[in-house]
Design a protein around this ligand. Structure first.
Ligand SMILES: Nc1ncnc2c1ncn2[C@@H]1O[C@H](COP(=O)(O)OP(=O)(O)OP(=O)(O)O)[C@@H](O)[C@H]1O
Ligand SMILES: [Mg+2]
Length: 510
């Protein structure tokens, strides 16, 4: 099974590797040995064929010769990094061409080994590589579970900006305070209003949304408050308005900035007295409705211009929730892309697994003026147009293909309490793969850690495991280990020190 597919914890993990070598004898020997280990193996006799295969199949691992006619192993590696950066690559070189292997590791290869092949050594490296993939998969699935735990159904996003929204939503669930949701078009104002209703005690009653901008002024009052038979020309029978229909539940007044002033006064009265009067009726009717208002307009500006009542604004603004634009949701874009790709696959019966790195860069550069709604439409189109499992740049609209690179944002450091996890990580926890799985589960279930602490602790466990395995593999030679991990010697030293992997390190020169 590949990391791109969904896997439940009980499904056996069958890794899929591609063996690339123009030497048919060697390729077949290696493939046979790996098949015996239980892996799914595909073969390619040259780099060009391998690259074509990788465009259609998300391999966990590619094991490639370096010197081949046409596309060399190094070129294949560079191309794979571009289209499927999470596929691990192991290169094979002749013993006297080790510098090629170091180049490959610098270019992002997971590891290398020399010919003639020592099959048992090779099997160990491959086992480690696939364990790393398995761990990554485990992290991904725990990460997804964490996201589900932290947010609301149908609301994807775990950025700091969205965490603030979730906290604000959670605080308002148990009371009936009026909520004003603001945010640019397509940011998810309605979905947040629905989340408030669905998670509140009112969820056994209706959630009703009225778009104040879409209904002509003359009809809006009757739409909201209802009317008695004969109360105006055309009122042929009594009609219940949205306030009464939403009794016991929640009423969303969407695009409230477009509500006419005359009606604004009536809404204020409902809020103050908890009752409405149908048009043409003599007596008011009690209504028990949680009111939520939403707008993408600047209400204080409308108040200044005399287009919105100040008293109603104050009343609605009792509990404001501002939804951030997509461009400010640091880290949410990949999650939303995955979510909408899955949705589009189910809707259209497609089998897209994501975007090439080039396409992802374009999606990340674009500023998304239409926010999540625009993203959803763009992904649907791309999934429909994609003729390979990974959708490429040509499936994107021109504005997105041409989006200029965004200036790098400075990351603000996490708050101090998010840095030091309260889960001690011992050496045993990070030495064997089963212990790692248990540790990750333990962190996941630890209620004392918040979301960011869990993510940071996952990372620490994984880093320690990878460093210990790499040191073992390289007989504790630091230079070789750093090369294998693709980090500088300095980084390796500071991590060994940070995790107390080698107690003698303080005495060594850094
Ligand atoms: N966090 C999210 N996760 C997943 N889907 C989302 C999220 N936020 C919004 N959407 C989806 O994006 C689309 C637009 O959301 P919504 O209608 O709530 O936005 P809006 O702010 O009310 O837009 P408008 O200002 O145009 O009325 C919907 O299809 C919604 O399901
Ligand atoms: Mg809306």
């Amino acid at each position: 099974m590949s990391y791109n597919q969904t896997q439940t914890d009980s499904t056996p993990y069958i890794a899929h590797a591609l063996v690339v070598d123009d030497d048919a004898g060697l390729r077949q020997t290696l493939s046979m040995a790996l098949r015996r280990e239980g892996y799914k193996i595909s073969e390619a006799a040259d780099g060009v064929t391998a690259f074509k295969m990788a465009q259609n199949t998300p391999f966990d691992l590619v094991i490639t010769d370096v010197r081949m006619p046409g596309m060399s192993g190094l070129e294949l590696l560079q191309n794979l990094r571009r289209i499927c950066p999470r596929t691990l690559v192991i290169v094979m070189t002749a013993y006297d061409k080790k510098e090629l292997a170091y180049d490959a590791v610098r270019e992002g290869a997971y590891s290398y080994f020399s010919k003639p092949l020592n099959l048992s050594d090779l099997q160990i490296i491959i086992r480690h590589a696939l364990e790393k993939q398995q761990l990554q998969h485990k992290l991904d699935s725990l990460h997804l579970k964490l996201i589900e735990q932290n947010t609301f159904p149908d609301m994807v996003g775990e950025s700091q900006a969205m965490q603030k929204v979730y906290t604000a939503v959670r605080r308002v669930l148990d009371n009936d305070i009026t909520v004003l949701i603001t945010g640019e078009s397509g940011t998810g104002k309605e979905i947040v209003a629905r989340a408030i209703h669905n998670q509140s005690i009112r969820n056994s009653h209706d959630f009703i949304a009225v778009n104040c901008a879409a209904i002509p002024e003359t009809l809006l009052e009757s739409e909201l408050f209802g009317h008695e038979k004969g109360s105006f020309t055309g009122a042929v029978s009594r009609r219940i308005g949205k306030f009464e229909s939403a009794n016991g539940g929640t009423l969303l007044l969407d695009e409230i900035g477009d509500m006419p002033l005359s009606l604004q006064a009536k809404i204020l009265r409902v809020l103050q007295e908890g009752e409405i009067t149908r048009i043409g009726a003599n007596k008011p009717v009690k209504v028990d409705v949680r009111l939520i208002a939403a707008t993408n307009q600047n209400l204080p500006e409308l108040v200044k211009e005399g287009k919105f009542r100040q008293d109603l604004y104050y009343r609605l603004n009792a509990y404001p929730i501002t939804i951030p634009p997509l461009r400010d949701r640091d880290g949410d874009l990949p999650l939303l892309i995955k979510y909408f790709v899955n949705k589009a696959n189910s809707a259209f019966g497609r089998d897209c697994i994501g975007f090439t790195s080039e396409a992802l860069t374009c999606l990340e550069n674009y500023l998304w003026p239409g926010n999540i709604r625009e993203l959803q439409n763009v992904i649907q189109r791309a999934v429909l147009l994609a003729d390979k499992p990974l959708a490429d740049v040509h499936t994107l609209i021109e504005d997105i293909q041409m989006a200029p690179p965004r200036p790098k944002q400075k990351r603000t450091p996490p708050p101090a309490d998010a840095i030091s996890p309260t889960v001690p990580i011992s050496e045993n926890d990070t030495q064997d793969i089963n212990a790692i799985h248990n540790k990750l589960d333990e962190i996941f279930l630890n209620d004392n850690l918040n979301f960011h602490q869990k993510v940071d602790t996952f990372r620490e466990v994984l880093e320690q495991y990878l460093i210990r395995q790499a040191l073992l593999e390289c007989d504790s030679q630091r230079e070789k280990t750093a090369n294998l991990l693709g980090v500088t010697r300095k980084t390796l030293y500071s991590k060994i020190k940070q995790y107390h992997i080698d107690p003698n390190i303080d005495n060594e020169e850094e």
